[in-house]
Design a protein around this ligand. Structure first.
Ligand code: 13P
Length: 276
């Protein structure tokens, strides 16, 4: 049985170039994604942390995906120091493929630089740059056009939480932000309560489970069975000390980590919790 399973995996690997699909199909499991969002932090010297991350990944079983989204200037050199196990991504993109958009980067340009994921709709982009959900949806479509996976972020403000509007807010924003078609390989969603970002505050496990549960229901409503395998990350003050508890929650398929992703030791401590 093991032998035939192995042959089937090899066959599928050569057919689709995707190592984990058959495993997921057979077990119904979703592969965890541990993603670092470096935000506007990172100079050339920071590549040392990426190098260290690459080396440290070798000490862990290859049971979860690992990604760093540095400032765009570091995508190319980070790709050069990263092993196959460390994916490199970007933090935003323009919806158009090319053209007169001074200062912007398209999904195609980011893919060409080596990005395989692009974060879109982060609350800092929504608030600092006025990016609304319709625009985020255009960005997500641009990612699909360019062959990179969008990580679409959603989350409620503190006031919305206080008013008991968390689930409604998340569902409303997500419904408007997601692409028309998607599956587990072409979409990642990140639930990031705005009040939890960079504050050290984290919702209770029950609260996270509830929100991830409604996100899963929405993904199944929108994409039927394909919605079951789409990864839903939690983001907001995730640290080595709380990662194991958060990653064990139903429908939490990984983390989107800001501050604690800047140092390889902290980031890999979170990865360790994901593969334990
Ligand atoms: P922190 O982990 O620093 O709270 O940031 C979370 C975040 O915004 C990731 O996108």
């Amino acid at each position: 049985m093991t032998f035939y399973f192995y042959i089937a995996c090899r066959f599928q690997h050569s057919l689709l170039g995707e190592r984990t699909n058959l495993f997921k199909m057979v077990t119904g499991m979703v592969r965890t994604l541990i993603a670092g969002n470096w935000k506007m932090n990172g100079l050339k010297s920071s590549l040392e942390e990426a190098k260290k991350t690459t080396q440290m990944l070798n000490d862990f079983p290859d049971k979860a995906d690992c990604l760093i989204c540095p400032p765009s200037t570091l995508i190319v050199p980070m790709k050069e120091v990263a092993s196959e196990r460390l994916h490199v991504g970007a933090q935003s993109c323009h919806p158009e493929a090319s053209g007169a958009f001074t200062g912007d980067l398209s999904a195609e340009i980011l893919a060409d630089a080596g990005a395989s994921y692009v974060i879109v709709g982060h609350s800092e982009r929504r608030s600092e740059h006025g990016e609304r959900s319709a625009y985020v949806q255009e960005q997500a479509h641009a990612c699909l056009r360019a062959g990179v996976t969008p990580i679409i972020c959603v989350g409620e403000s503190f006031a919305q939480r206080e008013r008991g509007e968390t689930k409604d807010t998340v569902v409303r924003i997500l419904r408007k932000s997601v692409p028309t078609l998607a599956d587990s390989e072409t979409l990642v969603v990140a639930y990031e309560p705005r009040w939890a970002i960079g504050t050290g505050l984290v919702p209770s496990s029950d609260e996270i489970a509830e929100v991830h549960g409604v996100i899963r229901e929405l993904l199944i409503e929108l994409y039927q069975d394909r919605g079951r395998g789409i990864r839903i990350l939690y983001g907001g003050s995730m640290k080595p000390g709380n990662a194991a508890e958060i990653l064990a929650i139903d429908n939490v398929n990984g983390g989107l980590i800001g501050g604690a992703s800047l140092k390889a030791d902290d980031f890999m401590a979170i990865y360790a919790a994901a593969v334990a």
